[in-house]
Design a binder for this molecule. Structure first.
Ligand code: SF4
Length: 418
């Protein structure tokens, strides 16, 4: 059979799709070039956002004459709506499966799955279950293999990577470590900072990053390690969700605004110390219009966004997810007001992001090329900034030396350095 996978949602779902593809290939199926020419469609969906569920409905209707399997983070209540239209892929973690990688130079490596935090708006603890860390030796072996095959960019993935916990069988290791793992009897506890330290020593020229973090679990040790590790890029995604303590409490985030501010300060100080060339990029997630959020409370979020000078904010307008604690609260911010708050926040973001990007003008940067289109190369810097420059002979996966000659809020323009 020919199969095609449609993926909605976060990088974790993208990573799962690569592993689902490898399971299908092992069973003798072949990937189709497009959904129209496939016999089997796998929709890897997500109940975190209503938009993904709406798009899943759309895909189910569009391909109703084909065999359809639904996978991913889907709430039982959403599953019931789909049950006559598709079969379900049994919930599974795909850790031990080697993925069929879509990219030859960017790899997503899951290190843990699930979440114990129960933020009041979020379905993940219900759809993915409790936290489960992947054994460190499996992660190390996978990253070693990616590095040997010349991958340039590796993302460590998990719902809350900061609470990663595993055992590791050696204390004084050298790479390659595979043989030592099997010989050693001694085990030691490994936290997320420890895992980064290990991966940072794997030979090979690759950029390392991780998503996502929880501010309550981001330790000083982790900040210091991330800033100090030569392979870690200068980019931290740290979801704040709101800039008002009462709303944070209602969201069950278990930190206060002051704690978040301190973390950002520490991150900036540590990265300035070890990677002083250009300021660290900091992005966040914010939900506007959470139940009970007053205009004044939203102003506090706006104030925080300006103060933190974010490079990017992934803004969500609150919508209740069935089965969560927040779904029992009154969704009392009108839709037009949620939209207004999202627009106001976006306006503030564009100002801070533009001010940050202007600092790049005249500077040189190494850019990993993602794609070529219409004579231009598009790629990312080691600070996760998008850059567009004349393509020349570059191809996806190349590293280019570029001088930045122009800046907008969310991208930079460059010229190649001869
Ligand atoms: S930390 Fe909160 S928002 Fe993130 S996955 Fe867990 S419950 Fe959801």
């Amino acid at each position: 059979m020919k199969y095609f996978i449609i993926t909605f949602g976060c990088q974790m779902n993208i990573s799962d799709s690569e592993r689902i593809a490898s399971i299908l290939e092992e069973a003798g199926h072949k990937q189709a070039d497009n959904p129209e020419s496939a016999d089997l469609i796998v929709i890897n969906s997500c109940s975190v956002r209503q938009s993904a569920i709406d798009r899943t409905f759309g895909a189910l209707n569009k391909f109703k004459n084909k065999k359809i399997v639904l996978a991913g983070c889907i709430l039982e209540s959403d599953k019931k709506k789909f049950k006559d239209k598709a079969q379900f892929w049994n919930p599974a973690d795909y850790f031990e499966k080697l993925p069929r990688r879509e990219s030859q130079f960017t790899a997503y490596v899951p290190i843990m799955t699930g979440c114990n935090n129960f933020c009041s708006y979020c379905v993940v603890p219900y759809t993915r279950g409790r936290e489960k860390s992947r054994p460190a030796k499996e992660i190390i072996t996978e990253v070693e293999s990616l590095a040997k095959r010349g991958f340039k960019e590796i993302f460590l993935l998990g719902q809350n990577v900061n609470s990663y916990a595993s055992k590791f069988p050696i204390s004084n290791f050298q790479f390659p470590i595979k043989s030592q793992i099997s010989n050693s009897k001694k085990e030691k506890d490994l936290n997320f900072a420890g895992l980064i330290k290990l991966i940072n020593q794997i030979p090979g020229e690759f950029w390392l990053n991780f998503i996502s973090s929880h501010p309550k679990d981001m330790s000083d040790e982790l900040i210091e390690t991330a800033a100090k590790s030569s392979k870690m890029i200068s980019y931290i995604h740290l979801p704040v969700q709101a800039g008002d303590n009462k709303i944070l409490k209602a969201m069950n985030r278990r930190y206060a605004v002051a704690h978040y501010k301190k973390l950002v300060k520490k991150i900036r100080q540590a990265f300035t110390k070890y990677k002083p060339q250009i300021p660290v990029t900091i992005s966040t997630d914010i939900i506007v219009g959470f139940p009970g959020e007053t205009k004044k409370q939203f102003q506090n979020t706006l104030k925080l966004a300006r103060e933190m000078k974010f490079d990017m904010i992934y803004i969500a307008q609150y919508s209740p997810r069935k089965g969560t604690a927040a779904a029992k609260m009154k969704d009392d911010v009108p839709q037009f007001e949620k939209k207004r708050r999202a627009v106001a926040l976006d306006k503030a973001l564009k100002k801070t992001a533009f001010a940050n990007n202007k600092k790049y003008i005249g500077k040189e940067a190494e850019v990993l090329v993602d794609k070529i289109s219409n004579g231009f190369a598009f790629g990312k810097t080691q600070t996760f900034k998008n850059v567009k420059f004349p393509a020349g002979n570059f191809k996806p996966g190349d590293l280019a030396k570029v001088k930045i000659i122009g800046a907008k809020a969310f991208n930079l323009r460059g010229e190649t350095i001869k």
